[in-house]
Design a protein around this ligand. Structure first.
Ligand code: ADP
Length: 240
């Protein structure tokens, strides 16, 4: 990799803290793909391949899949040419062994990591996730309350019928939160000790676009993201 190190933005937070939504919106200031291990696993389940069949039960129960599987998926994905300018990681790493593998990979490939920690109260999360719908085709997430589709039950982008994820039922949500609390939350300490820049962002009480605006401002201020106006219109000059 040549030039300035590409940013590897790690979106961190409990299930339902808005990582997927923010990952999509961060495209305005980070030039690189959104890598979601949850979406990758769901595509394998849909394809019915070996990793999909092995993961399906675990996902439905709100349990994490073994580290080696996701480590391998991410390792392969990070080697793709579209990652050269940067990446937005959503839902990975989620355990200490995953974090160690990722930090090693990023260091060897010349990425500059930063953690965005989306903080949201757990009771709000349970309410949020049980009202969540997803497009099975493009993955876009909607919230019945704060971000509904224009036509009820239909994806704004491709017209597909929206679905409720099986793991968005309340008992499974609570299981996912407990996995987060015991296995994932401790990573904050690991990142702190490793000296990875970390930004705490309130993930509630504002529109998703406003939250992503705050994240981009922080990333721009620390030199991790290009200025948004420049990124959106690289060659345009302002006409009076
Ligand atoms: P959320 O962050 O809302 O829980 P995701 O789509 O990120 O949703 O993940 C859904 C499920 O996929 C998780 O509950 C887990 O079973 C599996 N999964 C996703 N990423 C990982 C990971 N990094 N390690 C282990 N399991 C994962």
């Amino acid at each position: 990799m040549s030039g300035a190190p590409a940013p590897a933005i790690i979106l961190f937070g409990s299930p339902g803290s808005g990582k997927g939504t923010q990952a999509k919106l961060l495209g305005q200031c980070i030039n690189g793909p959104h890598i979601s291990t949850g979406d990758m696993l769901r595509s394998h389940i849909e394809a019915g391949d070996e990793i999909g069949c092995d993961s399906e039960k675990l996902l439905k129960a709100g349990k994490l899949v073994p580290d080696e599987w996701v480590n391998e998926l991410v390792k392969e994905r990070l080697a793709a040419p579209d990652c050269r300018t940067g990446v937005i990681l959503d839902g990975y790493p989620r355990t200490l062994p995953q974090a160690r593998v990722l930090m090693d990979l990023l260091a060897r490939s010349g990425f500059r990591p930063a953690v965005i920690h989306l903080v949201v109260d757990y009771e709000k999360i349970v309410r949020r996730l049980s009202g969540r719908r997803q497009c099975p085709v493009c993955g876009t997430l909607y919230s019945l309350k704060t971000n509904p589709p224009k036509v009820p039950g239909i994806c704004d982008l491709d017209g597909a019928a929206l679905v409720t994820r099986e793991d968005d039922r309340e008992t499974v949500i609570r299981q996912r939160l407990s996995e987060y609390e015991s296995l994932t939350r401790p990573l904050l300490d690991y990142f702190r000790k490793a000296g990875v820049p970390m930004f705490e962002i309130n993930g509630a009480g504002a529109a998703p676009e406003e939250i992503s605006g705050r994240i981009c401002s922080q990333l721009e201020a620390s030199g991790l993201a290009a200025n948004r106006a420049e990124a959106a219109h690289p060659q345009t000059s302002v006409t009076p």
